[in-house]
Design a protein around this ligand. Structure first.
Ligand code: AMP
Ligand code: MG
Length: 487
């Protein structure tokens, strides 16, 4: 095997110190004739990797799974989870961990390949991914990062000549996913269901040490850990709601302990404001609809709390009391974060009791007049009230006067208000028609120009640049959009 240490790999395994039930060793399925179709230069740099070497032959072979970095011991991680409410054993069925990369600024990131072949947890699946869904994850995750929303990242997408059999024969893709860790609520559920309390404790200690070391070895460490995860999830979902992001599969295995957004399957951004918006083709009940996301996150962290009960107190009743109190705080963390975000979107620097009403009134009117969620805030930011029926309505006019009065109470210059609004309301989100166009060009015509252009504009969605303005026109009428748990 070629020596590819000049790439800058700096692996340091800690996950494999956990009991062996938490992983299985894995073998990467070689890719035929791999080419690199997307590469994230700035992320490579953050990771301490040499972007040039990584994009040359040896590097591409590593990203394709054809040669292993030094010190890499590929593994698949075990986890379980509630999928649409039903508990099942899962695990990395088409993902393989290469190692934990220590970066020059001493951060630790999992380097994982998605679509790299079967593992011990593949069940009936082939372990592969098609190129389209991997490119989709690249776009969505990098867009989320640009929006300042915690997320796993995408380092590269490889395309190979191997066929992937779905409804059609597709090209194989491999995504390099980078994450603070891949610990999930489902990992804890797995520990409890298939191991014993010592396994849950080993996992909790590992997670605390890796993500929240401040709590380590304190008398309240497990309660503090639970509260922190609850808080991080509440903040994360508040951020999703504020930009109209719909995850689509908020199963407990797709919820991280680190607070990063993970698993970009059928996710999409909402256009017209409607809380019951669902894009996923398999979500018939609307379980993961936009408006349900906070309640589902709350449900998921309650499942997480259940796994920690034996660690919270040796007296079960006491443990339940502690867990209940912490879980019930989710709503408060969420509301506070959401309201704070909404205030910024409306250019408000201070907090007033009446703000809740002001915000609710706008939201109600947006829903009634089916206003485009992001464009409404963009129009308010620019004070160009055009293009939405909402703006002609009496409700909106009354609200607008109220908002103006509220703004005047702030004693801020209009420049300051606009600056806050511009940094809180994205000029560009990866709208469905843009993502589809990028994917069609890339997958069907091998043309990556539009995707490149879109990705560069998504890097800083708060720039309000000329290039971003070019993406603004939304096709009318909006055709019903469906996304798939694309594999
Ligand atoms: P997801 O919907 O991506 O969260 O995946 C749910 C479960 O199915 C996880 O355990 C995945 O690893 C597994 N899975 C998804 N696609 C495949 C595939 N093509 N081959 C094997 N396992 C898969
Ligand atoms: Mg998943």
């Amino acid at each position: 095997m070629p020596n590819n240490n000049n790439i800058g790999w700096n692996f340091d395994e800690t996950y494999t110190n956990l009991p062996s039930m938490f992983y299985s060793t894995a073998k990467l399925d070689p890719a035929t004739n791999p080419t690199i179709v997307f590469f994230n230069d700035s992320l490579a740099k953050e990771l301490g990797l040499d972007a040039n070497v990584l994009q040359a032959d040896d590097g591409v072979n590593t990203l394709a799974g054809n040669s292993l970095p030094n010190n890499s011991m590929p593994i698949a991680q075990a986890y379980a989870g509630h999928q649409f409410g039903n508990f099942t054993m899962l695990g990395d069925g088409r993902a393989i961990m290469l190692g934990e990369q220590l970066t020059p600024d001493e951060k630790r990131y999992d380097i994982q390949f998605k679509g790299s072949g079967r593992t011990a947890y593949s069940r009936g699946g082939d372990g592969f991914a098609a190129i389209g869904p991997m490119l989709r994850e690249y776009i969505m995750s990098e867009a989320m990062h640009g929006l300042n929303i915690p997320t796993t990242r995408s380092l590269a997408v490889i395309k190979s000549d191997d066929p992937v059999y779905r409804d059609d024969v597709l090209s194989r893709g491999i995504l390099t996913r980078v994450a603070k860790s891949h610990l999930r609520v489902g990992t804890f559920q797995y520990a409890l269901a298939y191991g014993d309390v010592a396994d849950v404790q080993a996992l909790a200690d590992y997670a605390i040490n890796r993500h929240y070391p401040d709590f380590k070895n304190t008398s309240t460490q497990y309660a503090d850990f639970l509260r922190k995860v609850v808080k991080q999830q509440a903040y994360l979902v508040a951020k999703w709601q504020l930009v109209g992001f719909i995850h689509g599969v908020m199963n407990t295995d797709n919820m991280t302990i680190s607070g990063e957004t993970i698993d970009y399957g059928p996710c999409a951004f909402m256009n017209s404001f409607a809380p019951n918006t669902v894009f996923s083709s398999i979500d018939h009940q609307g379980r993961y609809a936009y408006g349900n996301q906070p309640a589902i996150a709350n449900w998921n962290v309650a499942r997480f709390a259940e796994t920690l009960l034996p660690l919270l107190d040796s007296d079960q009743d006491k443990a339940v009391e502690i867990a209940k109190e912490i879980i019930s705080s989710f709503q408060m963390y969420f509301s506070n974060a959401w309201l704070a975000g909404m205030r910024s979107k409306l250019g408000l620097f201070t907090t007033k009791e009446t703000d809740n009403d002001l915000i609710s009134e706008l939201v109600r009117a947006m829903e009634k007049y089916q206003a485009d969620y992001n464009d409404t805030f963009l129009a308010l930011t620019r004070d160009t009230l055009e293009g939405e029926v909402l703006f002609q309505s009496e409700e909106f006019n009354t609200w607008y006067q109220r908002w103006q009065t509220r703004l005047q109470e702030e004693n801020k210059s209009s420049d300051e208000v606009v600056r806050l609004m511009r940094s809180s309301n994205p000029a560009l989100i990866p709208r469905n028609h843009l993502v589809e166009r990028a994917l069609t060009d890339a997958v069907e015509h091998d043309n990556y120009d539009f995707m490149n252009y879109l990705l560069s504009a998504l890097k800083n969605p708060f720039a309000h640049s000329q290039a971003q303005a070019e993406f603004e026109k939304i096709p009318v009428p909006q055709t019903p959009y469906q996304t798939y748990c694309g594999t």
